[in-house]
Design a protein around this ligand. Structure first.
Ligand SMILES: [Cu+2]
Length: 184
């Protein structure tokens, strides 16, 4: 169940469920207002009502269509499940407050699939480019059977910082590591 929740589809379903309270409030306010403002305008009421429902329908349909059509293109979904040739799988175990990695040295052009798990509490695995920019971060929930996965191809040599970006206790700031990428 938790594995489903933290998949792309799970995230979408949760997001949709979170809209329900908002929609209830929205429609109750709209209806209440329609009842109170009964001396509104020159526009015939029926015309206004149909336009309103048409507009809501357009918004809702766009929302569902765009979300469902795009979910399979989410990077985590695509990359973690892709059949990639020449991908190096690296196992990462995050504990308070360190990262254990099966490999830390790569070459430019290497495509690496980072498979990360948290052994104790909420952590994340964030990778920084040598120029300081954040390449990605993935949240690591404890207790998941499947490792969180992300694929990255290294394009520049240098020292890449790894940090935890989920607050995980007093030494959260010290939870870091490095990956070195050498010239081809
Ligand atoms: Cu942390």
């Amino acid at each position: 169940m938790t594995d489903f929740i933290y998949s792309s589809w799970g995230a979408l379903v949760i997001t949709l469920l979170m809209q329900i309270p908002f929609l209830i409030i929205f429609f109750s306010v709209v209806n209440k207002k329609a009842f109170v403002d009964n001396v509104a305008a020159d526009t015939p009421a029926e015309k206004y009502t149909s336009t309103r429902y048409l507009w809501i329908a357009v918004v809702l349909i766009s929302f569902f269509v765009i979300n469902f059509a795009s979910v399979k293109y989410m990077p985590t979904f695509v990359e973690a499940n892709a059949e990639l040739s020449n991908v190096k799988d690296v196992d990462i175990s995050a504990t308070s407050w360190k990262f254990d990695m099966s490999e830390r040295s790569f070459k430019v052009g290497d495509t690496v699939r980072f498979l990360a798990k948290s052994e104790d509490t909420m952590h994340s695995f964030a990778l920084y480019h040598p120029d300081g920019g954040l390449l990605f971060t993935m949240m690591l929930m404890p207790g998941l059977e499947t490792a969180s996965a992300l694929v990255h191809t290294f394009d520049k040599p240098g020292v890449y910082m790894v940090r935890c970006l989920e607050y995980c206790g007093v030494n959260h700031h010290g939870m870091r590591s490095v990956i070195t990428v050498a010239e081809k």
